[in-house]
Design a binder for this molecule. Structure first.
Ligand SMILES: Nc1ccn([C@@H]2O[C@H](COP(=O)(O)OP(=O)(O)OP(=O)(O)O)[C@@H](O)[C@H]2O)c(=O)n1
Ligand SMILES: C[C@](O)(CO)[C@H](O)COP(=O)(O)O
Length: 400
């Protein structure tokens, strides 16, 4: 049974404007040939489509090498290659005839091997437009004013730029329509630079849908330099330096009438025991911030053995950790913390705690999340022996 969709990739040219010995479609771009990239892009965008490639008769060995570069699924979608002609238009016609002999598909996309950057969105738009209009091509608005000039280099006319489009491939057609148009064009003996012109000459209305500036044609050596830029794999240095840190702390209950959580005093039947004010939540958040910048833990900065921290407000620990982030030019993007206890209930104090931590850290309250849970009466928190707190911090540091 014929495929509903065929993709014809024309690779029969010599690439004379691109310079260098090898025809441009067989040149490597970051280790993979241009043609292999184009075929894999087409296969990824339309996995059910048959792929037919038109090659130059001299390029059989280069083509076999290209096929060996392809992922197995793309290779399996390939039909036998067709041989090209002296003009692109002849190559396309030969390819269409070869597809027709296998069984006519409903739709065919004709694509330049020299455009390896067609993305799935573009291919989907092409298929949809061909189904809707019978003949459709991707086009991009022009950024330059265009002049029509005579043989002596004088301007004859300045067409209205708003009505002009630079057209690309894949150009998409109902198969029977474009095959008939190509046969008629061959009989007429005129030369055409794209398949849309051939459809137009046959009296078809050709729809123009949105092209993609990234889908440029490799024509000159400069285009190869641009392609390398476009392909450059992102390195760690290109990524934002975003880091996460985690913190965990536990304090046991002792005699008292309130606990400090996130800088908020919460009335309770007990206090938390500790060298400082025992704000278990603030300690977990502080450790998370220190962890994100690999600055050790709270004990390394404020040793419990040091009497000056006895009864200290834990706010100073967190202020210190945040200052270390800022001294590196960083920002705290987000804090997410969980308090683990049977009592006191955290819900009624959640907003006060968020506001308190946000103020101490100098960040928006929307960047502070506070949650609470019990352990269903299990473990030391379940037995009401103390409170645990967990926190993560997200910190963004400057690049480099
Ligand atoms: N006789 C030809 C001429 C061109 N093409 C293909 O048509 C696409 C677009 O053509 P172009 O960029 O002009 O390629 P070349 O003709 O190879 O380039 P040049 O004009 O610089 O020689 C390319 O994938 C090219 O391989 C083809 O199949 N048969
Ligand atoms: C078909 C085409 O890619 C549309 O832009 C283009 O016309 C082919 O390139 P050529 O340099 O005219 O062969």
């Amino acid at each position: 049974m014929a495929a509903e969709l065929s993709i014809l990739v024309v690779a029969g040219g010599r690439g004379s404007r691109a310079g260098q010995g090898l025809p441009k479609q067989y040149r490597k771009l970051a280790g993979k040939s241009v043609l292999a990239r184009t075929l894999e892009a087409m296969h990824a965008a339309a996995p059910a489509a048959r792929l037919t490639v038109v090659i130059h008769p001299d390029d059989q060995a280069l083509y076999a090498e290209t096929v060996s570069e392809l992922a197995a699924s793309a290779r399996a979608a390939l039909s036998a290659p067709a041989l090209g002609g002296a003009l692109r238009q002849e190559s396309v016609r030969n390819g269409l005839e070869a597809i027709g002999r296998e069984g006519e598909p409903e739709i065919v996309l004709v694509h330049d091997a020299a455009r390896p950057f067609a993305d799935p969105g573009l291919v989907a738009r092409a298929i949809e437009a061909a189904r809707a209009h019978g003949a459709a091509v991707p086009g991009a608005p022009l950024n330059d004013t265009v002049k029509e000039v005579d043989a002596n280099g004088f301007v004859v006319a300045t067409p209205d730029r708003a009505r002009l489009r630079a057209v690309q491939t894949p150009q998409a057609f109902r198969f029977s329509l474009i095959l008939a148009a190509h046969r008629a064009a061959a009989a007429g003996g005129r030369e055409y630079t794209d398949d849309a012109m051939i459809a137009e000459a046959a009296g078809c209305a050709v729809h123009v849908f949105d092209g993609d500036p990234q889908n440029f044609k490799l024509t000159t050596p400069q285009d190869f330099a641009r392609a390398m830029e476009q392909l450059k794999a992102p390195s760690l240095a290109d990524l934002p330096d975003v880091r996460m840190g985690q913190g965990y702390d536990v304090h046991a209950f002792a005699a008292g009438d309130k606990v400090w959580l996130g800088g908020v005093a919460i009335p309770h039947s007990h206090a938390l025991a500790g060298h400082s004010d025992a704000d278990v939540l603030m300690h977990a958040v502080t450790d998370a911030v220190l962890g994100a910048i690999a600055e050790g833990d709270i004990g390394a900065h404020f040793p419990p053995s040091d009497p000056q921290w006895k009864g200290a407000a834990s706010e100073i620990f967190l202020v210190h950790a945040c200052r270390l982030v800022r001294e590196r030019g960083g920002m705290i993007a987000h804090i997410d913390a969980t308090v683990v206890c049977e009592a006191p209930k955290i819900g009624p104090h959640r907003e006060a705690i968020r506001a308190s931590l946000a103020r101490i850290m100098g960040i928006d309250v929307g960047r502070v999340a506070i949650k609470a849970t019990t352990t269903e009466k299990l473990g030391f928190t379940g037995r009401g022996e103390g409170i645990a707190a967990l926190a993560i911090a997200t910190v963004r540091l400057p690049e480099g």
